[in-house]
Write a new protein. Structure first.
Length: 249
């Protein structure tokens, strides 16, 4: 995978699809700060609050580099595309994308508890000045599907429709590989991570030690959310990061 510079935001990114990049990392002289809301804010209000925080830190809106969304229920491919067009509209207004190349990493999941009424912003990350912590990167959320390829998205989902224990294990291993594939171009491995999140309704305990911990993916533990991935047919989603400064608003 190639790595591109996004000079207006002072970060590098691994290109992916139009709605999000695969991963981001701060350029030398900068670091990533992650901000979580105590309760997810409706998308428009969340972006407005994020803009206040970023500008308050003396940074341009182009410093916005990653976000974590919460949605009411999984989308099908058509409604997911429509949602992304609205979401990317805000990024375009902020000077982050021209609609084709998007540097912002993203995770989007659907909580089964405290389900939001509409798409909401749970957390975001931005580039701040100074090398306050190294390493400094965020990997976008990925399910057990492949973002690019021929055919309908369901055809690119590993063991589509199969929720047997062995299928869930295989799906999780695919997601772990996606995380590694997105970290590697930026020069990072599991040893550089400070957090890992897994979003699934299925039991990961049978292979938590043998596959996830043994692989090094839980060096700081794993946060397991009873969430559904954002697209109908996906069963497991994961995101990870190496961020030294995090706060809650």
């Amino acid at each position: 995978m190639e790595v591109l510079d996004f000079a207006p935001g002072n970060y590098r990114f691994v290109p992916n699809v139009f709605q999000y990049s695969g991963s981001v990392a701060a350029m030398p002289g900068y670091h990533i700060e992650r901000v979580t809301f105590r309760r997810p804010l409706p998308l428009a209000a969340g972006f407005a609050r994020a803009a206040e925080v970023i500008r308050g830190a003396g940074r341009p809106l182009t410093a916005f580099c990653a976000c974590e969304l919460r949605s009411p229920a999984p989308f099908d491919e058509t409604t997911f595309k429509a949602f992304n067009e609205v979401y990317v509209g805000t990024l375009t207004e902020w000077g982050l994308t021209d609609g084709t190349t998007n540097p912002v990493a993203r995770a989007n999941v659907c909580p089964t508890f405290e389900t939001p009424a509409g798409p909401s912003l749970h957390a975001f990350s931005f580039i701040a000045e100074g090398e306050a912590s190294l390493p400094s990167f965020v990997v976008a959320g990925s399910g057990e599907g492949f973002d690019k390829g021929p055919g309908h998205f369901s055809e690119r989902i590993v063991r589509f429709g199969d929720t047997s224990p062995e299928a869930i294990r295989e799906k999780a291993l695919t997601v772990l590989t996606h995380m590694e594939t997105r970290m590697a171009p930026l020069g990072f491995t599991w040893a550089d991570t400070t957090a890992a999140q897994i979003h699934t309704l299925h039991d990961i305990f049978p292979f938590l030690g043998s596959e996830i911990v043994a692989r090094g993916a839980a060096r700081k533990g794993v946060t397991w959310h009873l969430d559904r991935p954002p697209i109908v047919g996906l069963e497991v989603l994961m995101d990870t990061r190496g961020v030294g400064i995090e706060r809650v608003l």
